[in-house]
Design a protein around this ligand. Structure first.
Ligand code: 5GP
Ligand code: ZN
Length: 114
């Protein structure tokens, strides 16, 4: 059920254009508009859930992580490595209220996490 006024629901619906890299029944993935690394893909459930807490509660994380593994191979970063991040809530600096994983790679990432 798309949420009105949710940016990522609009991207999934095709109402806002995106550079799609992957899609299956449960998951949609597209390039971040402001990439922080040579590969920066956002992996989202098609179902609107707010964050990882809700996503875990409805069993979506397996599908998202499975998609991340497939996309990493597709993008050629499965061997060199990558980082998979989800920001949650205020302190996590989540800016879009639709669960998303950031897949980052294609260069040596910094050791700093925070
Ligand atoms: P957050 O800060 O919520 O973890 O991540 C939101 C991400 O969405 C940011 O990295 C931001 O660059 C990306 N983003 C925001 N608006 C758009 C958009 O319209 N299209 C795409 N492809 N990415 C977006
Ligand atoms: Zn949404």
């Amino acid at each position: 059920m798309p949420m009105e006024d949710c940016l990522f629901c609009k991207i999934i619906a095709g109402d806002i254009p995106s550079a799609k890299v992957f899609e299956n029944d449960e998951v949609f993935a597209f390039r971040d508009i402001n990439p922080q690394a040579p590969v920066h893909v956002l992996i989202v459930p098609k179902k609107h859930v707010a964050n990882v807490i809700e996503g875990a509660a409805c069993g979506l994380m397996n599908a998202l992580c499975g998609a991340a593994a497939q996309i990493a191979a597709q993008e050629g970063i499965d061997k060199t490595g990558f980082r998979l991040i989800t920001n949650c809530g205020h302190d996590g600096c989540q800016s879009v209220g639709h669960l998303h994983l950031h897949l980052l790679g294609g260069r040596q990432l910094s050791e700093t996490m925070a």
